[in-house]
Design a binder for this molecule. Structure first.
Ligand code: HEC
Ligand code: HEC
Length: 224
């Protein structure tokens, strides 16, 4: 039993190429604390078990996760494929986490992991999308990607609001274009981002700073 656990840890580390992370996150295999319900009839390691283990090993590197209903066009084929294939190892990633330019690089890293894992048949039942499905996933992600703006294109770049916006809002994803939302929508989005900051362990902005950022975004947001 103990040997099987160590074997699985070794495979996961090799496949993910993340041996450094274990050292970073503390010491020894006892910290990895393999979850109890890991062994299932479907394979050596069930999906829930693998997700749980990854979450413990590298919480900072995995997507925070949104619900399928929060996806843009949740009933579209691309959204369905994303839910089917991209929740096998971690929470559902939001298409807004990356720009259209960034997604092909991220997804090709994910597809190669899936193909390595699915090659180990019986050990971890990971499903690999066909090449048409892979294309559909990438194009869905690109269509609904974060529309970002380079800091030099910002309106009133020297203002206090712009400076705070740049510092605060590019920590987890590229700087969003203020034209993505209307003045009505921005306060709610920034509230949600504040709770993202809390769950992802990033620096949380004060209420004054939030007012400043929201003021800037509503001034330069989309008009309708
Ligand atoms: C075989 C397991 C596995 C599957 C399936 C998988 N991922 Fe990942 N994913 C990982 C691992 C491991 C990490 C953390 C290391 C890294 O970022 O490469 C990660 C991290 C991420 C991140 C955060 C890091 C970043 O670069 O933003 C995103 C976003 C992501 N995955 C998207 C996806 C998408 C989209 C899919 C579906 C096409 C997917 N993943 C399917 C294993 C997987
Ligand atoms: C702690 C990490 C983090 C920080 C800091 C952060 N975001 Fe986000 N952001 C996310 C995550 C995760 C998502 C995808 C899930 C979601 O939409 O909540 C996202 C998605 C978005 C989206 C696309 C979704 C939508 O509703 O349009 C926008 C726009 C956005 N963020 C704006 C901002 C702004 C403005 C700030 C600065 C106040 C900010 N973000 C700071 C993590 C962060």
């Amino acid at each position: 039993m103990k040997n099987i656990r160590l074997l699985i840890i070794a495979i996961v580390l090799i496949v993910f190429g993340i041996t450094g992370i274990v050292a970073m996150h503390g010491s020894g295999s006892s910290q990895l604390g393999m979850p109890g319900g890991m062994m299932t009839s479907g394979g050596m390691m069930g999906r829930g078990g693998m997700k749980e283990m990854m979450q413990r090993m590298m919480p900072d590197m995995l997507p925070l996760g949104i619900t399928p209903e929060d996806l843009p066009l949740p009933d579209s084929p691309g959204a369905k494929l994303l839910v089917r294939y991209c929740t096998q190892c971690h929470n559902l990633p939001s298409p807004a986490m990356h720009t259209a330019e960034q997604w092909p690089g991220v997804t090709s890293r994910m597809f190669s992991r899936m193909s390595m894992m699915s090659a180990m048949i019986g050990m971890m039942n990971v499903e690999l999308p066909s090449s048409e499905e892979q294309q559909a996933i990438v194009s869905y992600l690109k269509t609904n990607a974060m529309k970002s703006l380079s800091p030099s294109e910002l309106p009133a770049p020297g203002s206090q609001g712009a400076v705070l916006f740049k510092e605060t809002c590019s920590q987890c994803h590229p700087l969003p274009d203020p034209k993505l939302h209307t003045a009505d929508e921005w306060p709610k989005v920034v509230d949600r981002m504040q709770s993202n900051m809390r769950s992802m362990g990033k620096k949380i902005i004060t209420d004054n700073e939030k007012t400043e950022v929201v003021g800037y975004l509503t001034r330069y947001g989309r008009s309708k």
